[in-house]
Design a protein around this ligand. Structure first.
Ligand SMILES: C[S@@+](CC[C@H](N)C(=O)[O-])C[C@H]1O[C@@H](n2cnc3c(N)ncnc32)[C@H](O)[C@@H]1O
Length: 227
């Protein structure tokens, strides 16, 4: 019998783009984000940085990698790259979902600190994946979505080719508007994966949900926005 899914699509009390989106993004763009960095994130970053320096190869960053299926697939597809998957959930990272190729590393850290440390260290990911970030669909939770979070300017400044995927088109439409406030063009398209890249992609596909992909070249960030 073919596999099917029963995952429900995102439901939200927000109709259309959040009315405070542009104001929130502009506020975060104008003010430095000064939250202190946690020691455990520094240690996790140092481990990742050693891996990157030793490997001396272009980086694919898989932010919010969950159990790391995408990290493993990307590492196999790109043996000439290093792939670093980062997630804050120890439980997810510890699940055994296949061998970890030698060019891949899974790191437990909070991205809010990890991205700032990566920027400080001069990391330049060639490609940055945000695969099915938590949608935080409640209207009051705009600031928990990556584009509404104070760390968003850091994510942009890190550069590389950004690829964000979601089953909630509005999330990516908002991210597109947020990128535009940084004068960054992006392309939002329907995604019909041959093979799912992640477990969430798999379950949404099996449930017949529409999937979306947002792509942007963050290296086009105008110079004035680079610190
Ligand atoms: C919806 S899951 C998607 C997981 C995986 N990318 C997939 O598609 O199967 C979102 C993931 O982002 C992680 N995450 C959310 N906020 C995070 C943060 N601040 N730092 C690190 N990981 C975070 C969660 O732990 C979770 O594993």
């Amino acid at each position: 019998m073919p596999e099917t899914g029963n995952s429900r699509s995102v439901s939200s009390n927000q109709q259309g783009l959040h009315e405070k989106l542009e104001a929130v993004v502009a506020k975060h763009r104008a003010a430095p984000f000064l939250k202190p960095l946690a020691d455990f994130n520094r240690r996790a970053f140092d481990e990742a940085d050693r891996f990157l320096q030793q490997g001396a190869a272009p980086l694919l960053l898989d932010s919010g990698c969950g159990v790391g299926v995408s990290t493993r697939i990307l590492a196999k597809q790109h043996p000439e790259h290093l792939v670093i998957g980062v997630d804050r959930s120890a439980d997810r990272l510890q699940r055994q979902v296949g061998d970890l190729p030698a060019n891949a590393l899974l790191v437990r850290a909070d991205l809010v600190d990890f991205w700032r440390l990566a920027l400080e260290a001069g990391w330049q990911p060639e490609k940055h994946f945000l695969l099915y970030p938590n949608p935080y669909p409640k209207k009051k939770d705009l600031k928990l979505r990556w584009h509404g979070h104070p760390v968003f300017p850091t994510l942009i400044e890190l550069g590389g080719q950004l690829e964000a995927r979601s089953n909630w088109c509005l999330y990516l439409e908002e991210m597109q508007v947020a990128l535009k406030t940084f004068e960054l063009p992006s392309q939002l398209t329907r995604l019909v994966p041959d093979e799912p890249l992640t477990p969430f992609e798999r379950k949404y596909s099996l449930s017949g949900q529409d999937l979306w992909k947002l792509e942007a070249d963050l290296n086009l960030l105008p110079r004035d926005d680079k610190k």
